[in-house]
Design a binder for this molecule. Structure first.
Ligand code: C5P
Length: 232
C-alpha cells in the first residue's frame, strides 16, 4: 500500500500575528513549511509529499527554488480551500490512484518524529484510520457561554495531533458523507468517527507542537537553537 502525505498549509494562520502567511514564517532562517515537508520526506514509507497551499501563496512557494529541489519526493503544490476540509479534499483529488494510504499533516507541526509517523501509518494499515495523540495533563472542561457543561474523565482525554492516516477510499467516503450532511470538522479523523468506524490512537510525543501563536514560534526557535532538529 503506497503512502502519500498531504501537508496542509492553506490556512491564514492569523493567530500568529505575523506579516507573512504562517507557512512562510522563518524558523531558524527557513520557512516553517520547508521544515515540515522535509520531516515527512524523511519517512521511508512515504513516497510522495504534497503541499496544499492558498492560491495567493503559489508564487511565494515557487520563489523558494533551490530549497524546494533539496526536498525529495516533493509533488507540485495543490491549491487548498476555505476550510481545512476543503484543502484536504483538494489534496485528495490530486492524488494518483497508486496511493492507497494518505497521511494528512499540519504544515504547522515541523517537529513530528519520523518514528511516530511510521507507527501511525502501521496502525492505519491494519485499522483503516489512525492518529497521533497525547494524553492531556490538564483536566478538560467542556464550556459554553462561559459556563462548564461537562468534565470528561481526564484519563479518557487525549489531545489530537497529526499526521492522521487513512485508507484513501475510506477518507473519500467520509468526506463525501460529511459534505452532504453539511458537517465541518476541525480535525480529520472526526469525519471517520461520525460514521461509527474505528480509529486507532497511537501515542505521539508532546514535542510535536502545532505552531499557532507567537509564543509557539519563540519556543520552536529555542528548541532549534538548542540543537533539536525538526523532524527528529
Ligand atoms: O487552523 P488550524 O490551526 O486548525 O490549521 C491547521 C492546519 O491546516 C494549518 O497547517 C493550516 O495551514 C491548514 N489549513 C488549510 N486550509 C484551510 C485551513 C487550515 O490547509 N482552509
Amino acid at each position: 500500500m503506497s503512502v502519500a502525505a498531504l501537508v496542509l498549509a492553506a490556512g491564514r494562520g492569523e493567530r500568529l500575528g505575523a506579516d507573512l502567511p504562517k507557512a512562510f514564517v522563518p524558523l531558524a532562517g527557513k520557512p516553517l513549511l520547508l521544515h515540515t515537508l522535509a520531516a515527512l520526506a524523511r519517512v521511508d514509507e512515504i513516497s510522495r509529499v504534497v503541499p496544499v497551499l492558498a492560491a495567493r501563496d503559489l508564487e511565494r512557494f515557487a520563489a523558494l527554488g533551490a530549497a524546494l529541489a533539496s526536498i525529495p519526493k516533493l509533488a507540485p503544490p495543490v491549491v487548498g480551500g476555505r476550510e481545512r476540509q476543503d484543502s484536504m479534499r483538494a489534496g485528495l483529488a490530486a492524488l494518483a490512484p497508486e496511493f492507497s494510504l494518505v497521511a494528512v499533516h499540519d504544515a504547522a507541526r515541523p517537529f513530528v518524529r519520523p518514528d511516530d509517523v511510521r507507527r501511525v501509518i502501521a496502525a492505519a494499515r491494519s485499522v483503516g484510520a489512525a492518529l497521533l495523540a497525547v494524553p492531556v495533563t490538564d483536566t478538560i472542561k467542556r464550556v459554553r457561554d462561559a459556563r462548564v457543561v461537562e468534565t470528561p474523565p481526564r484519563d479518557e482525554c487525549w489531545a489530537a495531533q497529526t499526521p492522521q492516516v487513512f485508507r484513501v477510499d475510506l477518507l473519500r467516503e467520509a468526506l463525501a458523507k460529511a459534505t452532504s450532511a453539511g458537517v465541518v470538522a476541525t480535525d480529520d479523523v472526526q469525519l471517520v468517527e461520525r460514521l461509527g468506524l474505528a480509529v486507532a490512537v497511537v501515542e505521539g510525543h508532546p514535542g510535536n507542537l502545532k505552531i499557532t501563536r507567537a509564543q509557539d514560534l519563540a519556543l520552536a526557535e529555542a528548541r532549534l537553537a538548542a540543537g533539536e532538529e525538526s523532524g527528529r
